[in-house]
Design a protein around this ligand. Sequence first.
Ligand code: C2E
Ligand code: CA
Ligand code: CA
Length: 570
Amino acid sequence: MEECIYLDYNDDEYVDKDNYKILLGCTNTIMFEWHAKTNIRYVSKKFFEDYIEEYRGRDILDIVMEDSIIHSEDMSKFHAFRDEYHTGKSNVEVTVRMKHKVTGEYAWCKWMLTNVYDDEDGSIKKVVGTINNVDEYMKAYETLKYRAEYDSMTAIYNMDKFYRECNKMLRKGEFPHYAMISLDVDKLKIINDVYGNLEGDRLIKFIADIIRIKAEPNVIYGRMHSDVFAMMMGYHHEDEVMRWINKLTVLIQNHQKKYEVEVFFGILVVDDTSLPTNLMYDRSSIARKQIKGSKLQNYAFFNDMYRVQMMRDREIEGEMKSALRDGQFVVYLQPKHDIRTKRVVGAEALVRWKHPVKGMIQPSIFIPLFEKNGFILKLDEYVWEQTCKTLRDWMNQGYSPIPLSINISRYHIYNSNLVEKVVGLVKKYEIEPKYLELELTESLFLDDADSLYKVLYELQKFGFLLNMDDFGSGYSSLNMLKNVPVDVVKLDKGFLDEVLTTEKGKKIVQHSVAMVKDLDLKVIAEGVETQEQLDFLKQSSCDLVQGYFFSKPLPVNEFLEYRLRYDKLD
Ligand code: C2E
Ligand code: CA
Ligand code: CA
């Protein structure tokens, strides 16, 4: 049998000159050594053949620098490498471009230096270095890196790289101010359709070129996606931002005369540099989207919108109390119809603000603010009281009552004595609790089920109807409905719009309705606008519908007329 001996190449005994030659040869390695005791240098012949014109007994690290063999751009890197090696570190390395003396071409080479120490006194015995040509590897790496960092069409940064460069810029902090600017080409889709995709691409490249050519070092830029670019600008005065935007606008609009190009800019003045750069970009986009298509102005500052919103909020807050006192808040009723008989079987109370100067203000403007500042408690109590009063008025006038629903904000569950308040109201106006329906938005049921359920069980015990509003708008699952103390589930308008457009969506609605009904709950659909939707809901055995198809929310007196008219038609 043949014998096989395992070699330990770390063991001095096995050092074999042939192996050494083979290794250096096939790895194309240049080797050099310096022996401390004798001060003799050894350098592979290949080093002379490839790089050196004149040796003059110099240190090889000096030669490559003095004779400009190292690429000028890599020189500082090489200096750092040499300094690191002089600190006595045992292994140091660097990859730089070196000029071949025959071809004159540069190739990437990796240098490694190892200090070998004396076992006895720990002093440096010798230094051994190697130089390897790693050009192919580096070129492949550069290509990959390039692909990962640059947009292939325009050759400017892609989104990821752009964000990274922004972070770098912000960290450096060379400028007193920064702005995130996004740029969008208007109607690129039309240009693609009319003049062809090639023309659309040409335009995108043209814009990228303009940005690249004109951008000073204080501007970093990249292409985010299709026709959207982003720029981060460091500046001293705000007019620098405006000048840059105007310059780009003019240059882009003058591209050629075949068709007009409009560009829109959104700007975030960065006042918090710790905000993630993607959020900075999002904000600049929000501002831009506000004015897209506008003929008046092609830029918008996010900060202005924010300021405007804040100012509007402050204004509302300044007026809300007196508005409530002066009766500017008015309750409207939106009819709920039985899907089969079409009779008006209920209504939802929705508040409006009849402002003496600004006119009718919709609740989406002020309710979210009141939910933040707590004024919703006062406003809702008023709305609920008006609703109960309406029921009492009807009964006094001899009309049969129908359930009216009121909206309950999250705030009430945790900050007020909800049960006491509504019980107090039905007692005061002598109404049976079953005529008051409480609408609670779906997301409330995900908060803190224990305290919510406690309140809901109590309300049910008194006989109030409970309605889960906006079902399907968020995260509710049919599964969760099993345990929820509600009587009615209201399908959200968005849910309906979205799902009714596809076959799969239709199935989802059908199954949702079936399951809700299986649990002995009533189903109402809100935001019903078309006959088609109505027919589909009827087929799906939905019980009630509410929406513009029948009526918008109406002032109370108009609602009464509406109800009487509808019920007579029957
Ligand atoms: P909500 O409770 O989901 O009310 C339904 C909203 O959809 C109402 O908007 C209603 O006018 C609208 N709507 C009804 N049918 C249709 C339709 O067919 N198409 C479309 N596009 N919209 C329809 P509104 O009155 O602007 O109320 C907005 C939200 O403000 C309400 O959403 C509710 O969350 C809140 N809100 C309104 N009044 C009050 C209130 O008195 N108290 C509380 N806490 N919140 C209220
Ligand atoms: Ca509602
Ligand atoms: Ca709703």
